[in-house]
Structure formats: C-alpha cells, structure tokens
Design a binder for this molecule. Sequence first.
Ligand code: ATP
Ligand code: MG
Length: 927
Amino acid sequence: MPFRKRTGAEIRQEFIDYFVEQRHTFVPSSSLVPGGDQTLLFTNAGMVQFKDVFLGTDVRPYRRAVNSQKCLRVSGKHNDLEDVGLDDTHQTFFEMLGNWSFGDYYKKEAITWAWDLLTQVWGLGKEDLWATCFEDEKGEIERDDEAAGYWREQPGFDPTHILFFGRKENFWEMAETGPSGPNSEIHIDMGPSHCEMEDDPAHTCGVNVPGCTRFLELWNLVFIQYNRTGPRTLEPLPSKHVDTGMGLERIATILQGVDSNYKTDLLSPMMDAIQQLTSHDDAQREENLTPYRVISDHARAATFLIGDGVVPGNTGRNYVCRMIVRRAARFGGKIGLHEPFLARVAETVIDHYGAIYPEIVRNRATILENLTREEKRFARTVEAGVAKLESLFARTRASGQSVLSGEAAFDLYATYGLPFEITRDIAREQDLEVDETGFKSAMDGHRLASGAGDAFGALGDEGVEIYRELLAELQSQGLIGPEGVAYDPYQKLEVSGPVLALVRDGQAVSTVEPGERVEVLLPETGFYVASGGQVSDTGMIVSAGAVPWAIEVEDMRRPAAGAIVHVGRVSAGQPRLGDQAIARVDVQRRRDIMRNHTATHLLHAELHAVLGEHARQAGSLVAPDRLRFDFTHPEPLTDEQLARLEAGVNRDILENYRLDIIFKPLEQAISEGAMALFGEKYAETVRTITIGNRGSTESSAGDQAPLFSYELCGGTHVNETGDIGIFLITSESSVGAGLRRIEAVTGRGAYQLIQSRFRALNEAAFMLDATPDQVPEKTRLLIEELSENRRQLISLQREQVAGEFVHSLENVPTVAGVAVLAATLPGADVDTLRLMADRFRQRYPSGVAVLASVADGRPTLIAAVTEDLVKRGLHAGELVKFVAQPLGGGGGGRPTLAQAGGRDSSKLAEALASVPGWIEERIQAEG
Ligand code: ATP
Ligand code: MG
C-alpha cells in the first residue's frame, strides 16, 4: 500500500490536527457516563455530549468542533456485544473520531474535507472508496441529491461509486421527534479476498450487502436539517448541523495495512499480553481467536468504565460493568486462565492509553482492584451456577423445548451471579436460546432494573457477605432455624419477634436513628418478596416493647439464601437490636396485589380461549395499581378480541370460582398439564393453583368450555374470583417481535378508572348540553358542523382573493405584445391559484400568468400559458421550473398549465420579477 504506516495515536492526532487547521475547536472526550442524560446508559457516539446543542437547549462558544470520543455499545439501541469476538470490526468499547458544525458549514465542506483527509493526507486509493446517500423508500422525504452532487465534484471520485439507500442505512434520527436528517456513509473496498462469504455462490459483494465483509463502513457523515414533529412531519431546521463519526480502530486497520482491528496497535498489545499469560504459541493463539478477542475488548472496556467511575454491581451501568468483567473471566477459563488475570491485561491498556486518557492513570489502583475482586467473587459462585444451568438445560431439552425461561435466567443471576449474557453464551454453545424479554421483566419485577432498584443498588452485593455471616452466627446461637428466616406470606400478615439484625449502609449496627435507611431481619415474616412478577409487600414494623419506634417498610429483598430482609426507613424512635417488634403488611395494598395476581391467571386462561394455546406468558408484573402481562402472539389484537377477553375475565369473576391451592409433587402437576411459569424454582413439591372446572382432564378446553386455569405459582391470591370485583383492560401494545402486552386494572384501581371516566363523560355532556348517552352523536354532529364551517371559510377566502385579483387583472403589462401577469396572491391555496389562472385566461385570450402564494414559509407557484402562445414556443412547465429554481424547488406540468413548489420564499419577489425577461427571450428566440 502506498501510504506511510502510522500508529493509532498518530492517526488520532492527525485527524484532530486536520480539522483544527480548518478552524475547528478541539473538545476532549466526555465520560462514558452521559452527563445529565437519564435516557442513555452509556455514551455511544461522539454526538452525545453535543445533544443539547442540536436540540437547541444550549450553545457553545464555538461553531466547529473536533474530537475523539470514548464510546461503549453494549446496551440499548446500539448493542454490538454479540458481534464482539466473532468479527474484526466491532468492539464494545471503541473511539469515534468526529467533526462537527453547529449551524456553520454544511454538506459541501464536510464531504470535501473527508475526501481530502482520506485521499490526500492519508493517501487512500480513490478507486476503493464508495459513498452512500439517502433516497427515501417511502418517497416522503426528499432524496439527498445535494450530497451526491458534492461527491461527484471531488477530484478523482468515481461517480459510479455513489449508491442510494433508504431510511435504515441513511437517515438519522435522534429520537421519535427532534433533530434528524440524511447521512452519507463512506465505505471502503478491502478487496475480494476480505469477503467471508467468498465461498457462497449466491453472494455478490457490495456495500451494505448483508454478511459482506469486503466492504467496510468507515465514516458516517450526518446532515441534520430537519426537526421531526410527528411520524410523518419534518420541518426544516433554521440552522443546519453536521455530525460525523469514524471508528479509530477501523481507519487504523486500513492505514496499518492489516485485516482486523485486533491486529492494529490499538488492540494487539492486549492480545499479546493474553498470549504471555497463557504461554500459547502463535498457532494456539490463532485457534482461540474468539476468547482472545473477547478478553482484549472486554478488558479494555472495563478499564475505561471503571476509570469513569462505573464499578461492577447489580443494577444499570454497574451491571454492565459486572457483566463484561465476568464474561471476560469466563472466556479466560476457556483458555486456561483460572486465577484472576484481568488486572494484568488492564495494565497493558493503561500503559497504552494513559497518555491520551489520564483518568485511567489516575484511577489505576481502583481499576486493578475492582477487576481482581470481581473475578474472585465470580469464581466463588460460577461453578455452582454453571452446574445449575446445565441441569436446567437438561430439563428444558427433556421437555422438548429449546428456550430457557427468562425467570430461570434471572434466578441464576440473582442466586449465582451469572449475568444473562453469560447464560446466553453457554446456551448458544449448546444450540439453545434464553428468553431475553422474560429476563428483563423478571428483573423489572424484582426492582433490579436500572434506576429502580434503589435499596438493592445502594448495598451492591457486599450485602451477600454480611448476611451470610450474620445468618451463620444467628443459627449457631439458635436464634434462627437451619432454613433461615421463616417465610409465610400466605397466612401471616402480621408476625412478632425480636429484631435479630439491623443493617445500615452495608454494616450491621446495634441501633438506628430516625430518618435513616435500614434493613431489618426478623426470625419470621409474612411480607412477600418480589417473585414471579408479583412485587414486594410494604408495611410497618413497630416496637412491641415499652419504648416506641417505627420503621416504614418500602421493599423486601433476599440478599443471601435464607436471609429475607425488610428494607425501610425509621419513621419514629430508635429501634435497637434485640427489641421486640411487630411486623404488619400493608393489608389494603396487599389485597390490591392479590386481586391483580388472580386476575392475571384468569387473563392467561382467557387468552388461550380467545387466541389459542400459542399465547403463552412471556413476562408479567403484578403491582397494586395494575397488572401487566406479556405473551407471544404475532399481531395486534382486534377490538373484538379485546372485548371478548375482558368480558371473559369478568364472567369468570362473577362466577365466583373458589381457588384451589394444593401442594403436590412436581411430576404430577406437570403431567396434569399445569402451566409451568417459573421453571427454575420448582422443588420436588410445588404449589399449584386451580381455578374453575376441570371438566374432563383429557380434553383441552374448547371455545365454549368453562374456565379452567391450572398454574404453578408461588404468589398470593384471593380466595374466590368474586373478590376481584371488576377487570378492565387499559392498553394493548407491542413489546417486540411476536410479543404483545396487555395492561389492566382490577378492584379499587378499576373503580377509580370508572369514576374518572364517568366524571369526564359527565363534564363533556354538560358542555354539550346533552345526556352522557347522547355525547357521541352530539360530538359527531359538532365535528360535521365544524368542517362545514371550515369549507365555507375557505370558499369565502377564495372569493375574497378572487375579488382582489380582478383588480390586478385590469392593469396587466405586455411584454413583446403578450399580456404577462406575475403576482403573489396572499392566502390562496393551490385550487384558488388554478381558479385565478383560469380567470386570467378568460380575460386575456393571449397571455401568460405566474401566480404564487406562500404557506408555512414554502412558496407554491402556478403558471398558465394560452394555447396560441404554446404554439409560439412558450411552455408553462419550463416556465414554472425556471421560476422555482432560485426558490430551491422544482415542478412541471402541461404546456398550458404547470405547478411548482419551493422551500425558500425569501427570493419569491425576485423570482417573479424574472418572468418577463424569460418570455421576451423565448419569443425572440422563436422569431
Ligand atoms: P456498523 O454498521 O458497522 O455497525 P454503525 O452504522 O453502527 O456501523 P455508526 O453508528 O454510524 O456505525 O458509527 C460511526 C462509525 O463508528 C462507523 O462508521 C464505524 O467506523 C465506527 N463504529 C461503529 N460501531 C463500532 C464498533 N462496535 N466498534 C468499532 N467501531 C465502530
Ligand atoms: Mg452498528
């Protein structure tokens, strides 16, 4: 290759220098944790720190910026985790080089500089570069001919190397509304030998062809020119922006003449460090490429994450850090690295990146300590977790299934610290899958999800150690049974006993003060601990002794096997270790939850009756104020299906079925056809809940069959279905491919909903001066009346425009003997313009008119030419195109009548003034 070999550091610097020379301000990389952005877990592109500038909520002292940004793509919309280790071009962590214009330069400069940097400064072969531009497959948004035009102007650019793609590839949107625009991607042809599909006869290499590794996306230039205000409405932005991003590792691969990001000097030092640790020879390293890549990538990512303050933990960002460290550790195990080793690889990262990113040098000790500690923690549980997983897999297979339930995966995480992603890795190695949606909703249900798991998150899993020790001590003193805390959420809504432990900030303490957060351990409890989608109970723990105190219980958790703790806040007095206490569940709230849980079983059974057996539970939330149920079904439910579901559940409620709750051997329950929902928790003996009439055990329930619900469930339920009161569906929506979600309310929640709907209806009726039953009909009439009025208003406006137009018809000037009228008709719509053009032709049997109006800043034009002048070479279509050109628009039509639109009305007067000149020229040319 013709170019000089550069190091990654040099490439990064040359990029920055190039744009500084073009008067860009260098802006340092922001943290991997986005500042003040709750919607985003990690910085995943260079633009994240400039989001507020694009949204217009902030300004910067510069209008051009350049930087190299730390990015992490392991969560949310951008998740490349599954590619890492398997391909050469995706990392979880990578650096993105970018240049920005905030209302300053636009497409022309962005394209010209990109081309210049790639081909002149870096000497890339011009014949190898391709550019993609935007063309809307729906035909709603304008094609980006502007960008394509600038590409064609670049010296040496092969014009056949411009390709147009649709929204997925070439239209960028920040969110459902807000800044958006077309983008133009630069791809590089790495040569036919780079294609991994080479041997597939059905494959033809090309840009954006799935699986084609011959063409690589290098640089994305985003042109922000619209503000999306709705699903089909884009408004032009007053100032337009440029946002570009190029992967440093990818350009380094090209400029260093290698075939993989992992062979550049940005990643190869980590690969080498691992090889030193394993003492592999090169052939062995090559055989184990996937573990090498994963460890290199994850060690680098974790180093930067911890450097930015994100340490391994249970929730949100901390979970991600934990997951990548543990995943790296597991891949280490595959190549014989069983002792903690990641700190060694991290040292290499710090040595190579410290000069540019000083935060990892500053936090060196924290990074190394956290990695080693996390590896040790994981080592303690991983074996038991994997063994458990193996037995779950065996059971999954034996039942003829290939997908492990999300609940099971969650339990593996909660009990053995096996992150979902690792469970999935292991599953895939055995050709199985894990239900990710189910895992997420289990996590939701347990309030472990990011942001929601306050109590859990605050303590991290240091709590595990503390409670293991506490429990062992209490058991040796005989204060607590060998099974741990006695748990009976079904019978005991109130229990009493001594306070066995108080834990504050992860430390066991002997007393706590008012207002402090605390975890309380009692010998027994009736508070339900979130499980199977049902949320935890809340309530009060109060002193039963002479000195009063109270703790408000806000949550429950099970930090270690046998330990069940009440999480709350001291609302009065000073609770002390050993005090006698009474713990009371908030009964009202608990009843709401029980109604929702039983209703969930009814809903599940009715879904089978209405939709079929395929509608299986994929996730569930049972809260006091609502229930949420996710299930597999390929399409939205019809109104009729929803009505049948709701009616079915309410019929089941009115039948007032008694619930049969029976413990029986697991095998028996399964063979009887019980719906197994959270498979992993089943002991030998399971709790079964039956509602309705079994009918004949053998025949499955047909459409007309009476209700029969039979589930394995550890949740709390009402005694009879009539206790539920009423059931109302509040929404039905999609939560992913083939997954639907129903939300509903029961009992008190349903009553409140009915009440507020009634109030709204009564209010509407009052305003319409009607009875509630008359509201729909009256509203329909009013809407009709309104649109009739609107029609009349339009026709009045038209008449008014026409009236004014008649005046201008009187003094029409002539050009070369032809009557020529070029005028603006304020407030006229297209139909009115056409009508007026007709009037003109009636008045002047020989003449030319160009009529314009402006709506929302966008001009519309109509050109009319009488027949005789068409014969003399005047064409309305050509005329209107000529006039619309300076307005940034185009148009066309028949020789006698044509129409055009434009984008910019500021030059309208000027454009209209050019009409006489055009006509004169044409007539003279025709002689
Ligand atoms: P791809 O389709 O290859 O995943 P992308 O469309 O996700 O890329 P952008 O979001 O446009 O990429 O990001 C801008 C640039 O960042 C890309 O052109 C590429 O050079 C680089 N890039 C994106 N994802 C990664 C990654 N996971 N690892 C390394 N570089 C990346
Ligand atoms: Mg991508």
